[in-house]
Every structure is written in C-alpha cells, then in structure tokens.
Design a protein around this ligand. Structure first.
Ligand code: PGA
Length: 253
C-alpha cells in the first residue's frame, strides 16, 4: 500500500487525476470504477480540464459506478446517475454505452446485481477503482459488518450513512434507506485501487482502516490485503496517520 499525504484538497485531487489520466494514457480502453460523494468532485473537475486542455480521450474508456440509491429515478438530482452525468460524463467524450451505473428503479434487484457483476467480468474486470471512505468506514455502500465475500447486492443503509447523506435532501424522509452497491469482493477484484480521504472528520476512520486490524466493522480495512492500493489523504484527514508513517520510516519498514 502506498500512502501519500496531500497538502490540501486541490493537491489530493490533482494527484488523483494524474493517476487516473496516466491509467488512460497507458491503456486507452481502461475500465474505471467510479465513486460519488463530495470527495471525488475536484478529481472529476481536474479530469475534465485535462480532457479539454490536453485532449485526454475517453472514447474507449468504460466506467462502472460503485453504487446507486434504490427508488430514485436517473433524472432525480440526488441519484448517482444524475451526479455522474452532471459532474463528469456530460463534459468528456465518453460513449454513453460504455457507462454502467446500477439501475435504482429496477424491478428485479437480484438480476440487476448479477448482471452488473457479469458486465464487469465481460469487460475484463476493473483496471482502476476510485474510492472514497464513509465516516463509518464504508467503501461503496458496504456498511460495517458487511460480509467480505459479497458481490454486487442490495444494501440497507446505516443510520450514520443516512444522516451523512441527509445534507443533500430537504427532509430526512426523502433520504433513501436502500441502495445497490458493488460488494467488497467486486471491489477487491479491481486490479488497482485509488482511495481518497479528505477532511478532519475522516481522520479517525482512515487511521482505523489503514493501521488497525482488518475487520468487517471497518469495511475499508480489507484494502490492507489488496496488492495495489494508493491512498491519497489530504493533510487534515491525515493527522493521525502522520506519527504512524514517521514511525515506519524510522524503523525502516
Ligand atoms: P464523501 O462520501 O465523499 O461525501 O465524504 C464518501 C463515502 O461515503 O464513501
């Protein structure tokens, strides 16, 4: 695992964008795993800039999003489908048919989940998966006490996640309680993982995820077992990591 401390949110996003852009330059038909939330917003902005100014080409790129709320149509401004098109896809030259996001309005959830995993396999697996981390340690919507062997599945959102997500909705009642999410197994199959964390409120959880034991109570802790993870942590989120990293440097580990 490579841990990079970025000096601020801009720096974290620029470093992440360089990794994603590098992936596309090296393999133009890359399969990317995409995340939503506040954390990757500037990463997407930066990739749009690189597309517009330097011609980063997305025509052969395929994307799979981590998750989607159940019960929200694509057009709903709070759906992750809307988020992705609004913040990213509408401003790059990706082909619509290469964009995969779970259907939050599906009539057959089990089938939707199975075909999502099948599509990922058909495309040769995810080359680079971008991840944020929830305050409760979730990745995607894999909430604490998740089964590590889960593939894409329906999840009941944690009370903490519902609270965190409520900042985007007018009332608590409107916040979806269920979602479809790639499972931990799906995520762990990605060839490379890029985990981003920003803000002091993530300091505790990112420390737990990277330096405490691997436990389903902190789903992101499973990433310690992945062979190719880069973690970019913005300074304030890294405040508990710094002493640990200095110790590791001192002992030469
Ligand atoms: P955030 O969410 O980027 O909005 O903090 C991260 C997550 O819940 O995975």
């Amino acid at each position: 695992m490579r841990i990079v401390i970025a000096k601020d949110y801009e720096d974290m996003s620029a470093r992440a964008a360089r990794i994603v852009a590098g992936q596309i330059y090296l393999k133009p038909n890359s399969v990317l795993g995409m995340a939503t939330g506040s954390t990757p917003l500037m990463l997407y902005k930066e990739l749009i800039r690189v597309h517009q100014e330097v011609g980063l080409d997305f025509t052969e790129v395929t994307t799979f999003n981590l998750d989607e709320y159940l019960g929200l149509p694509k057009e709903d401004e709070q759906s992750y489908n809307y988020y992705m098109f609004h913040h990213f896809f509408n401003q790059i030259n990706i082909k619509k048919e290469n964009i995969y996001i779970p259907d939050g309005m599906t009539k057959d959830i089990e089938l939707e989940c199975k075909s999502y995993d099948r599509q990922i396999q058909k495309k040769g697996g995810i080359d680079l998966q971008v991840l944020g981390i929830g305050n409760n340690g979730h990745i995607g919507f894999n909430e604490p006490d998740i089964k590590f062997e889960a593939t894409t599945h329906k999840v009941k959102l944690d009370e903490e996640t519902i609270q965190a997500n409520s900042r985007f909705f007018n009332t608590m009642e409107e916040v979806p309680r269920f979602a479809i999410s790639m499972g931990i197994k799906t995520i762990m199959h990605a060839k490379k993982i890029l985990l981003l964390a920003s803000g002091e409120n993530k300091a505790e959880v990112i420390h737990q995820a990277l330096f405490n034991g691997i436990t389903p109570e902190v789903p992101a802790s499973i990433l310690q077992l992945h062979q190719d993870v880069t973690v970019i942590v913005e300074e304030s989120a890294a405040k508990l990591l710094k002493p640990k990293l200095q110790d590791l440097q001192r002992t030469g580990i």
